[in-house]
Design a protein around this ligand. Structure first.
Ligand code: HEC
Length: 123
């Protein structure tokens, strides 16, 4: 076997290994979750601990509960107007502005990610 041929074989083997590793890392159906605008992409940088803390500190649920009863969670309706991850983030931004909460963009993202994790469950 020539040097070139064996280098070629090694290259092929490496490509095959990389190929299967890639398949393992990104199984077919789950790839849709990596699409632009998906929760996986939009909330990639989210700090869930921070989001949790901000939701508690700003009494989001208390006000929602006054309007919707129970623990207020009924206000979060994935089938309603807020039907995409981006719309969810936009709604949190809107509350941010209306209630003068002065959240930073990364805080808005983190809050939206927590609401998504607990209520909306967008992929
Ligand atoms: C002063 C009361 C009040 C506070 C405080 C409040 N909200 Fe809301 N929120 C509302 C009301 C009222 C609606 C319903 C608006 C509508 O449906 O038109 C709403 C709707 C929402 C929705 C959309 C629900 C859906 O699926 O349609 C989100 C998301 C939301 N609020 C997030 C938050 C977050 C996060 C906080 C805390 C940082 C917060 N809100 C604090 C009153 C409040």
């Amino acid at each position: 076997m020539t040097r070139a041929a064996s280098a070629g074989l090694v290259g092929l083997a490496a490509a095959a290994l990389l190929g299967s590793a890639w398949l393992l890392a990104v199984p077919g159906p789950a790839r849709a979750a990596d699409a632009p605008g998906s929760a996986a992409v939009l909330f990639r940088e989210a700090d869930l601990a921070l989001g949790d803390k901000l939701v508690r500190e700003h009494k989001c649920s208390e006000c929602h509960a006054r309007k919707f009863g129970g623990d207020g969670a009924a206000i979060y309706r994935p089938q309603g107007r807020v039907n995409t991850p981006a719309a969810l983030r936009g709604m949190v931004e809107q509350c941010n502005l209306e209630l003068n909460l002065a959240f930073f963009p990364d805080e808005v993202t983190s809050i939206a990610a927590v609401l998504n994790r607990d209520h909306y469950r967008f992929k």
